[in-house]
Design a protein around this ligand. Structure first.
Ligand SMILES: [Zn+2]
Length: 328
C-alpha cells in the first residue's frame, strides 16, 4: 500500500536505530570524513521485514538560513509498497468517514499540520537523567526518548491511528519544525499551531519561541533565539547576540569541558567551523537569562547542551538582498 501520513521516523540501517531526520542529520555530520550516506527502511516492523526503503532528503545539508527553505525530511520511495499495518498508512485519513466528526477548526488545523514535514505535537524538554548519566556508546542522544516516546502504542483501531501524536525531546527537531512553519505558513496558519509541554500545558508554538530582543530576565520556559557571532575558546565558545537586552550585551558561553563531555560536540564544532563563511549564526537555547554580577551584561544559561541548537546564517557570498538577518 502507499503511505498517506507524513513519515517522521525511519530505521537507519547503518546505525541500527530508528531516527527522526534531524537526528539522522546530526549523526551524518558526526562522522569522520569522508562521510557516508545512510540507508533507511520503514520504521514499521512488517515493512522493515519486507525491506521497504525510505528516502532521506537533505539530511546531508547543514541547517542554514536560506531564502528558499527546504527542511530535511523523509519521503516514501515510490518503488516500494507498504504493509497494510504500516504506521504511515492510514485509510481513515483521506475518507469522509474519518473526517465527518471533525469540526471546521480541526479540519483547518489538520491541513496546516500536513504542510509541514515534521509537525511536533508534544515537546518534552526535561533531560532524561538515565540518558544523561551515560548513553551507550554510539547511541544518538535523542534515540532513547524517541524510541520510547515517539512510537505510538500498538494500533488497535482506526481511532487510535488518528490520535497518534508526534512527540520529541530533541530541541533541534522542534527548531527545524518551527523554522519550516515560519518559512512556509501564513501568519494566520502559524497562529493555529500549538505545542504541549508536559508540566507546562499547551502553549502556542509561536509563543514558545522568543526572540532575544523581546526576552525578559528569568523568563525560562521558552526557547530564546537570535543571530550573532561566535568566539572560540579552545573547544568551547562564546556566542554574542547582535540584539541587546535593555541595552546590555547578551552572551551564551559553552566551556571546553562542557563541549568535551557532549556526545554531539563534533557536530556543533562542524557547524561553528563555518564562522568565516557565514554572516552570522542563529542560536536557539532553552535556558534562562541571568544578569552578570557587574550588571553590565546578560548571559543565557543552559542546563545541558541538548538544549542548544545552532543554524548557519546566509553565506557571505550570497546575494545582498538576503542579508536582512535572522527571521523574527
Ligand atoms: Zn511502512
Amino acid at each position: 500500500m502507499k503511505t498517506n501520513r507524513t513519515i517522521t521516523r525511519a530505521f537507519c540501517v547503518e546505525l541500527q536505530q530508528e531516527l527522526s531526520i534531524v537526528a539522522a542529520r546530526r549523526e551524518y555530520f558526526s562522522q569522520e570524513l569522508p562521510r557516508a550516506r545512510f540507508n533507511f527502511l520503514c520504521s514499521s516492523e512488517p515493512c522493515r521485514a519486507l525491506g521497504v526503503k525510505i528516502t532521506g532528503v537533505r539530511y546531508d545539508v547543514k541547517p542554514q538560513e536560506h531564502p528558499t527553505f527546504v527542511a530535511a525530511h523523509y519521503r516514501a520511495n515510490p518503488n516500494y509498497e507498504h504493509h497494510a499495518d504500516c504506521e504511515w498508512v492510514d485509510e481513515a485519513v483521506e475518507t469522509a468517514v474519518g473526517q465527518e466528526a471533525e469540526s471546521e477548526a480541526e479540519s483547518e488545523l489538520r491541513k496546516v499540520k500536513r504542510k509541514l514535514d515534521d509537525y511536533i505535537d508534544v515537546f518534552e524538554p526535561t533531560i532524561n537523567d538515565r540518558v544523561k548519566s551515560g548513553p551507550p556508546r554510539g547511541t544518538p542522544d535523542d534515540a532513547a526518548p524517541e524510541k520510547t516516546e515517539d512510537i505510538a502504542l500498538p494500533v488497535e483501531t482506526m481511532k487510535a491511528k488518528q490520535d497518534k501524536q508526534n512527540r520529541t525531546s530533541n530541541l533541534e527537531r522542534l527548531v527545524d519544525s518551527f523554522r519550516q512553519a515560519q518559512a512556509s505558513l501564513t501568519k494566520e496558519e502559524l497562529a493555529l499551531l500549538t505545542l504541549r509541554i508536559p508540566g507546562q500545558g499547551e502553549v502556542s508554538l509561536r509563543a514558545y519561541f522568543r526572540h532575544i530582543k523581546f526576552a525578559q530576565l528569568n523568563d525560562e520556559r521558552r526557547v530564546l533565539y537570535g543571530g550573532g557571532l561566535v568566539e572560540r575558546y579552545g573547544t568551547g565558545f562564546k556566542f554574542k547576540f547582535f540584539d541587546r537586552l535593555q541595552g546590555k550585551l547578551v552572551t551564551l558561553y559553552v566551556s571546553p569541558s562542557q563541549m568535551q563531555a557532549y556526545r554531539s560536540s563534533r557536530y556543533l564544532s562542524e557547524l561553528l567551523s563555518h564562522a568565516d563563511e557565514v554572516r552570522f549564526f542563529t542560536v536557539f537555547a532553552l535556558g534562562k537569562l541571568v544578569a552578570s554580577p557587574s550588571g553590565k551584561s546578560v548571559s543565557v544559561e543552559i542546563e545541558d547542551l541538548r538544549h542548544l541548537a545552532i543554524v548557519l546564517g546566509p553565506s557571505k557570498d550570497a546575494e545582498e538582498t538576503s542579508s536582512k538577518g535572522p527571521a523574527i
